[in-house]
Design a protein around this ligand. Structure first.
Ligand SMILES: Nc1ncnc2c1ncn2[C@@H]1O[C@H](COP(=O)(O)OP(=O)(O)O)[C@@H](O)[C@H]1O
Ligand SMILES: [Mg+2]
Length: 344
């Protein structure tokens, strides 16, 4: 992927830096802004973002874009996407969070929902514990048979502000797992309950991204019932291929039980190393994807940059070393986000 600084982009796209800066400031062209210690902003402009803006806003040259009205909202309504795998530690949380953020950079209104009681998504971006202020409390309220509404759900949603984009988080906490399982005894159709919660705020977003726990269970059933699309995140290790087959049959069972069909449209193979054995597993996973009619197979290399960004509680796209290296680690997540954003 090509990524330019302001001066270079202005040269390439044949537009004055002044006009280009204006377009970036209006967010007509998504970009990544870094504020340096001298307080001067430098702009990083991925070519893919320019292409995206051109397509969404329907203009040929950047000059045509001046005076355009900003409208990046989904034409076809809210899309709900779940990231899943029955295995833990493969990168579900890393991919789901960075995907949600990438959509926000593309000017979409995004809600990130943490359905894992480990609450790693909540802590990655918010670096805080949400005890008593999470989705768990909404489930508590439903179980007491109390009515909820848009304002009530929003009162549990937290705004995440980053340098380049903002998105919303519906966080989790440790007690979520227990409450979700307990809800089986309370509701006749417990798998519908996440959907029941999200429907109150659905219209406020273009995308809702759900991160799930590394196990089968009611949380996964709820997420699948609420979703339109599912993306699978896996590593390229022994058992991963079998694990994917298990997940596929689990999804089929849930579809039958919940009378709902979901499209699995992508697999992210994460933590890929340059090795013979990984090549073999990637090939096996790609073959499986074809058998299962899964359109996209992405790979993400193993890199400490992902961990480093997480330690700083910032998205990959805002991490300096990642920018310096040309957004290599974030490129496939960004590619998927652009694909979904254009479908929206
Ligand atoms: N491509 C990668 N390279 C190196 N470390 C990674 C990569 N992706 C994720 N990690 C690290 O692996 C750990 C597990 O990732 P996480 O996203 O929490 O997985 P999951 O949600 O599937 O349990 C985290 O410490 C994360 O920083
Ligand atoms: Mg996780």
């Amino acid at each position: 992927m090509e990524i330019f600084r302001l001066a270079k982009a202005s040269e390439i796209y044949n537009i004055s830096t002044k006009n280009l800066t204006e377009l970036l400031q209006l967010k007509l062209i998504p970009h990544i802004k870094k504020i340096s210690t001298s307080n001067r902003a430098s702009y990083y402009i991925p070519s893919a973002f320019v292409d995206y803006a051109k397509e969404v806003l329907n203009f040929e040259t950047l000059e045509d874009a001046t005076g355009k009205v900003e409208d990046f909202y989904n034409k076809n309504g809210t899309k709900i996407i779940t990231f899943s795998n029955l295995k833990g530690g493969v990168g579900k949380t890393s991919v789901a969070s960075n995907f949600a953020y990438s959509l926000a950079v593309l000017n979409k209104r995004v809600l990130l929902v943490d359905m894992d009681s480990q609450a790693n998504t909540s802590r990655y971006f918010a670096n805080q514990y949400f005890t008593g202020k999470s989705i768990k409390n909404i489930f508590d309220t439903l179980m007491r048979k109390e009515k909820i509404d848009n304002a009530f759900v929003h009162s549990h949603i937290h705004r995440l502000e980053f340098d380049n984009a903002s998105l919303d988080l519906l966080p989790s906490e440790l007690a979520l797992g227990r409450v979700v399982e307990f809800s089986r005894a309370v509701f006749t159709m417990p798998h519908k309950k996440l959907n029941d919660i999200l429907k109150y705020v659905k219209d406020d977003y273009d995308f809702i991204v759900i991160d799930t726990p590394p196990s089968t269970g009611l949380s996964l059933h709820m997420a699948i019932y609420a979703s339109d699309i599912m993306s699978i995140v896996t590593d390229a290790e022994d058992f991963s291929v079998n694990g994917l087959k298990e997940l596929a049959s689990e999804i089929e069972e849930i579809e039958e039980e919940t009378d709902r069909s979901i499209t699995v449209d992508s697999i992210f193979i994460n933590k890929v190393k340059n090795s013979k054995i990984h090549e073999v597993y990637i090939e096996a996973i790609a073959k499986l994807a074809i058998e299962q009619n899964i359109d996209n197979v992405f790979t993400i290399s193993d890199s400490t940059r992902i961990k480093e960004a997480q330690n700083l509680h910032i998205p990959m796209l805002e991490y300096k070393s990642e920018l310096d290296k040309g957004l290599v680690m974030s490129s496939s997540v960004m590619e998927y986000a652009i694909e979904k954003a254009l479908e929206g």
